[in-house]
Design a protein around this ligand. Structure first.
Ligand code: COA
Length: 331
């Protein structure tokens, strides 16, 4: 009997309506469209404005889009994983709420957090469950409402992040398609350079820290940039080497969308032509856990059965990794 692999069989996505353009940001902080575009590649990002709506709102919308496109009965879903760095609330699972709202009443569910690598690590987790034979339909969602944790007076972060969600369905495959290999890493020495210091268990928010805005995301952009460039390119190159892949074999690079220059550096290291690099950072900015599934959502019609895709991500913690994947369907 052939080995069971874990393939993606459907994709959904959602971004909120409000478009925060570089031009609008010019009126909020000391910045300009030319600087943002040339340093990051970002032109606009989407923001979820409605009060009381959190990450689950985005996750539910993306999941409903997938369910409707695929004609999937949500009762058949075994497991819902919500990859997110911005859960709705502390102590209550965002995935449990999401699963119930979409009608996945026979599923169990949990959140998975690894900053901007959350979805990549979620692909590994979903694959392990499918390959084990234990579950047959896993809904993997990447969703983040970053705007809740961004200081719109801090030009070092507010130009980068946006809100959004993407969802994929993982199912068993008997043609050898889906996840082929993975190289995942983390290094906790990186946490000083990208974190929201207050509001977690180490440092609960006090009135003073709230007034100083210490619950917002802080980033040492230069250090994060250097580490992202080196590590994302390194794992992408290594995973290709150990699978005897050259640039000609690869159909697409699906890299975390944090900065166009980081994506370009990764593509350069593996000698990949520009037209094989999936990119939508100009529309959404960095949506953390949602960047990879939103790439699949936006470019689904271009992906063909058997296409070889290199996924790569880097995020806070630090966390990073690369996955070699074979696409399983024509849309
Ligand atoms: N608008 C205009 N000028 C800005 C600015 C902004 N939004 N942000 C910073 N600057 C200024 C700085 O003050 C600095 O001025 P100076 O030279 O007079 O001191 C200059 O631009 C360069 O700043 P620097 O921080 O060195 O820019 P950079 O080229 O490193 O770009 C980032 C900044 C944040 C875009 C870049 O470091 C980055 O993308 N980092 C990684 C982001 C990331 O991947 N985060 C998520 C991890 S997954």
């Amino acid at each position: 009997m052939s080995k069971i692999t874990a393939a993606i069989t459907a994709v959904g996505g959602y971004v909120p309506d409000f478009v925060l353009t570089n031009k609008i940001l010019e009126t909020m902080v000391e910045t300009n469209d030319e600087w943002i575009t040339s340093r990051t590649g970002i032109k606009e990002r989407r923001i979820l404005k409605e009060e009381g709506k959190g990450t689950s709102y985005l996750a539910i919308k993306a999941a409903e889009n997938l369910i409707q496109k695929k004609g999937l009965d949500p009762k058949e879903i075994d497991l819902v994983i919500v990859c997110t760095a911005s859960p709705d609330m502390k102590a209550a699972s965002t995935a449990a709420y999401t699963a119930t709202e979409i009608g996945a009443v026979n599923a169990f569910s949990f959140d998975l957090e690894a900053a901007c690598s959350s979805f990549l690590f979620g692909m590994s987790t979903a694959t392990a469950y499918i390959e084990s034979g234990r579950y047959k339909k896993i809904l993997l969602i990447g969703a983040d409402k970053n705007s809740s944790f961004i200081d719109y007076k801090d030009r070092a972060t507010c130009i980068i992040f946006g809100d959004g969600a993407g969802a994929v369905l993982f199912e068993p495959n008997e043609e050898g398609l889906g996840l082929q290999d993975e190289l995942l890493r983390s290094n906790g020495e990186g946490r000083d350079f990208l974190q929201a210091t207050y509001g977690g268990s180490s440092y609960p928010i006090t009135k003073e820290t709230f007034d100083e805005g210490k619950h917002y995301v802080f980033q040492d952009g230069k250090t994060v940039f250097k580490n992202a460039v080196f590590n994302m390119a390194d794992v992408a190159e290594k995973i290709m080497k150990r699978n005897d892949l050259t640039n000609d074999d690869i159909s697409w690079l699906a890299a975390h969308q944090a900065n166009k220059r980081i994506i370009d550096a990764t593509a350069n290291r593996i000698n990949l032509e520009e037209d094989k690099v999936l990119m939508n950072i100009e529309k959404y900015g960095n949506t953390t856990s949602a960047t990879l599934p939103l790439l699949l959502f936006d470019f689904e019609s271009k992906l063909k059965k058997g296409d070889k895709i290199i996924f790569a991500a880097f995020g806070g913690g630090f966390t990073w990794g690369s996955i070699y994947f074979k696409w399983a369907y024509n849309s």
